[in-house]
Design a protein around this ligand. Structure first.
Ligand SMILES: CC(C)(COP(=O)(O)OP(=O)(O)OC[C@H]1O[C@@H](n2cnc3c(N)ncnc32)[C@H](O)[C@@H]1OP(=O)(O)O)[C@@H](O)C(=O)NCCC(=O)NCCS
Length: 229
């Protein structure tokens, strides 16, 4: 979510977060591998987005789904850009990662850490699952482990961030249910703050979790937040 115009968007150091010297992402969950993309993933990403674009992705990720992955060249550049993002800690502030079924190796969706703010050691995360792989709890599993990656200390392979935020549209019931199941804290309810072409105006909902609240060994909050929505 963008900051207000008057807010300082480039304070000198804030709390002084810097990324690990070697940036990698390879997360193993009970049923999934969430990992950095390689150029070999381009075709799978292209096919998954194109199989899922209409009705499934478009309402909730409108700009990305409308403009992205229309050609294999776009998907190739996309996966290469994500791989390159991890090669350059100095400018690292965003990376998309792929979600793969452990048993089959099949690409089932995307996750990542986005909009990393060094001053507050915080990031946003998000997810999508291809249409024919929803309903298995994959997004929840991938998201919980991605939060662990973000909040885990750097000496244990994490990014060592202090805070993760997640936003979704109020009408996105599946995504809101998933975040409620994560048990993190509801923080934001901005009325009529999203415009979705097929729906119109809807609310913006946001949740957050701090490193001190997240049990990285079990990929869940120490104490689940009471969900008030
Ligand atoms: C929102 C979205 C990511 C949900 O994906 P998903 O993998 O189906 O989500 P979940 O992990 O919550 O699993 C959903 C269902 O699987 C069920 N499930 C089946 N097996 C399960 C298991 N072993 N473990 C956990 N849940 C399981 C859950 O009960 C859940 O059902 P419920 O919501 O009725 O309780 C997906 O619909 C999507 O990609 N939507 C379009 C893009 C989008 O909206 N992205 C988010 C933008 S904010």
């Amino acid at each position: 979510m963008t900051r207000c115009n008057h807010e300082n968007t480039s304070p000198a150091t804030g709390i002084g977060w810097t990324p690990p010297e070697k940036l990698t992402c390879h997360l193993e969950t009970p049923r999934l591998i969430v990992r950095a993309y390689t150029i070999d993933d381009a075709q799978s990403v292209f096919e998954a987005v194109n199989d899922s674009r209409d009705e499934h992705l478009l309402p909730w990720m409108s700009h990305w789904a409308e403009t992205g992955h229309r050609t294999i060249e776009f998907s190739t550049k996309y996966v290469c850009d994500q791989a390159l993002a991890l090669q350059n800690p100095a400018s690292f502030n965003n990376v998309g990662t792929g979600i793969f079924e452990k048993s089959t190796g099949r690409f089932v969706g995307g996750s990542g850490v986005h909009d990393i703010r060094r001053d507050t050691a915080s990031c946003e995360t998000g997810y999508w699952i291809r249409r024919d792989a929803i309903g298995h709890g994959y997004a929840l599993e991938a998201c919980a482990h991605t939060i662990t990656w973000a909040l885990q200390t750097q000496d244990r392979g994490g990014l060592g961030l202090n805070r993760v935020r997640i936003y979704c549209a109020g009408d996105n019931i599946h995504s809101a249910n998933l975040i409620a199941k994560l048990g993190i804290t509801p923080e934001v309810m901005q009325r009529a703050d999203y415009f979705i072409p097929t729906i119109g105006l809807t609310d913006r909902l946001g949740w957050g979790v701090l490193a001190s609240e997240w049990d990285c060994d079990h990929h869940r909050p120490f104490i689940p937040a009471a969900q008030s929505r």
